[in-house]
Ligand binder design. Sequence first.
Ligand code: HPA
Ligand code: ZN
Length: 326
Amino acid sequence: MDLDAFVRALPKAELHLHIEGSLEPEMMFELACRNGVALPWDSVEATRAAYAFSDLQSFLDLYYAGAAALIQERDFFDLAMAYFERAHADGVVHAELFFDPQTHTARGIAFETVLDGLERACGEAQARWGISSRLILCFLRHLSEEDGLATLQQALPHLARIHGVGLDSSEKGHPPSKFLRLFARCRELGLHIVAHAGEEGPPAYIVEALDLLGVERIDHGVRAAEDAALMARLAREQVALTVCPLSNVKLCVFQRLEQHNLKQLLDAGLKVTINSDDPAYFGGYIAQNYVDTARALGLSRVELKRIARNSLEASFVPEALRQPWF
Ligand code: HPA
Ligand code: ZN
């Protein structure tokens, strides 16, 4: 079996996927047209050509501009369905989707519009492809904690439909400690907790995410390699890292995939998973991330199986509800 077929056949969970980051330029233009929204680019080709990033912020500027095409409930539904179709083709059996409500509510879109569309797609994906899914509300860390608390207030009537919370957007200068009260409240509400940390930010942000926010997984976390004590702790506590190799190269965290430290993290005993982050912007969905990383780092099929198994084990599906492939 060739590598691509092997990877697609592996049952896997995607644990780090921003649904707004799966908005392909073709759909962006289709939605912008049907909603009468102006985009900063003239064409699909010009949009793709603009996807040359120097760091996280240069990507986020475009990512937020593209999200402006999303207005109606059915836009969020269509967006998530397009993602699930690709995920199914890649062998994803379970997906935990990040969504950024503040990106939409700040433009006057109702919180419910976003959630209703995404949740309807989750139900449809289960019915059509048997994919289970969860929704994780991400707070934008470049905004204030008060803004996050107001967003949590909007989410309160819908907590049965939201399984966890995360922290994303510009990392540098916005440490986890900025959101201490917000995440304490989320923990009291029984939500699962994750946070982006150690993508561009220092290892100390990973420690803060663990100790101050109480995260159950670290999103990215690759800069943990700079702190030996932290590496030992992550291995000992088996904290899952949701690593996104193609994203890391596109955002210049590593200059080339061959220089990525994923194998180093794996060899140190960390619970590493592979995910796509924002696949429409970074040039590949989850299977592509597995295949390209395996080729660049010489990962064996045993290691790829381990990574896929890690993803299932690190998911937020309770033991009692796990399907046979878990
Ligand atoms: N990092 C931080 N924020 C994000 C990302 C990311 O990789 N993708 C979308 N929002
Ligand atoms: Zn991310």
